[in-house]
Ligand binder design. Structure first.
Ligand SMILES: C[S@@+](CC[C@H](N)C(=O)[O-])C[C@H]1O[C@@H](n2cnc3c(N)ncnc32)[C@H](O)[C@@H]1O
Length: 320
């Protein structure tokens, strides 16, 4: 099996994912964010040889790892793709037609990045390790973080930091990043972190016991570079269409904006009106039941053993 030089990924809310999505599922499962196969392994544990699991991931390294990890398991089919692009894709549709002709019994999307991606310096996600300013989950396609920054002006960069990172100092940080870019001093992840520290000094944050001041900026640029929120609603609608009657769909999100999109999309599927005013439009059709009204968050013991799970929230619906 491919050997990893950094920790892989501990699947979050795995007990809850198994309870809501694994145990009810008898013949097929669609995993839209296979990652390093942590959830896949748990779901597949007691399933019969006839069970079928399709796992999709846009990260070629995660795919390579999973192909080796599940090499001897004929139940799983692995596809390297952005999950936004699979609907109508020939390989996906063929697999679906033979494994899940009336739709999938369970669908999972565990959004965001894996620990492996975050920790591997060469991938450029880490503010504490020197690496190229990359941050692409699919590191073979699209603009790197540096190329993306080069295309921003102060307002658009500050807007992204504010919206995707909820960074209150978005304006001065954007100015500092673009200043370093202009001076030819923005090449690596540590350069980007330094641009943030010029506005929010690292020493002060350390003295006060606060988290690293570059956290929000890195999160915001990562979300923008990977277009993480752009087509989430579209993907959830497509996934829902591919769900079998009484099938279940679960989404784990790590960001309030992401969770809000999931929540409102699910509420709309359940025929619940979230718009302004008291009167709901008559056009809303109830097509699903919400199984987790407030979402499910990790238990304290999980957060203690895996701090990356602290902002996770799982929402699940069942198709009528
Ligand atoms: C949190 S990890 C998933 C971990 C996985 N559940 C496990 O147990 O190993 C998220 C994964 O989703 C992938 N991903 C994120 N957005 C994606 C997209 N639009 N299409 C396909 N994969 C995506 C990332 O590359 C990453 O490997």
């Amino acid at each position: 099996m491919m050997t990893l030089t950094v920790p892989m990924h501990v699947p979050v809310l795995s007990k809850e994912v198994d309870t809501f999505l694994g145990q009810n599922c008898e013949s097929n499962f669609l995993d839209m964010t296979l990652g390093f196969g942590g959830h896949a392994e748990i779901i597949l544990k007691d399933k019969p040889p006839s069970f079928r699991y399709i796992g999709i991931d846009r990260d070629p390294e995660a795919i390579e790892f999973c192909k080796a990890r599940f090499e001897s398991d004929p139940r799983i089919s692995i596809l390297n793709s952005n999950h936004d692009d699979v609907w109508g894709n020939e390989t996906f549709e063929q697999a679906k037609a033979s494994f899940a002709p009336i739709g999938f019994e369970s669908i999972l999307a565990d959004l965001g990045v894996s620990t492996y991606q975050l920790k591997k310096a060469e991938r450029g996600f880490s503010f504490s390790k020197e690496g190229p300013l990359d941050m692409r989950m699919d590191n073979k396609n699209g603009l790197t973080a540096l190329e993306w920054i080069q295309r921003q002006d102060e307002s658009t960069l500050a807007y992204a930091l504010w919206i995707y990172g909820e960074e209150r100092a978005s304006r001065p940080i954007a100015r500092s990043i673009l200043k370093m870019l202009e001076l030819g001093q923005l090449q690596t992840t540590l350069d980007l972190a330094r641009a943030v520290y010029q506005v929010l000094p690292l020493e002060i944050a350390k003295r006060k016991g606060h988290s690293n001041p570059a956290t929000k900026t890195f999160q915001a640029i990562r979300i923008a570079v990977n277009g993480e929120l752009d087509r989430l609603n579209y993907t959830l609608q497509n996934a829902f269409k591919n769900l079998a009657p009484l099938g279940r769909m679960g989404v784990i999100s790590f960001h309030s904006l992401e969770d809000r999109i999931v929540k409102h999309t699910f509420r709309k599927m359940a025929g619940i009106y979230d718009g302004p005013g008291r009167l709901s439009p008559t056009k809303l059709i109830k097509e699903a039941e919400i199984l987790t009204p407030n979402g499910v968050v990790p238990e304290v013991s999980e957060i203690e053993s895996n701090p990356s799970s602290r902002s996770a929230r799982l929402r699940v619906i069942s198709k009528l």
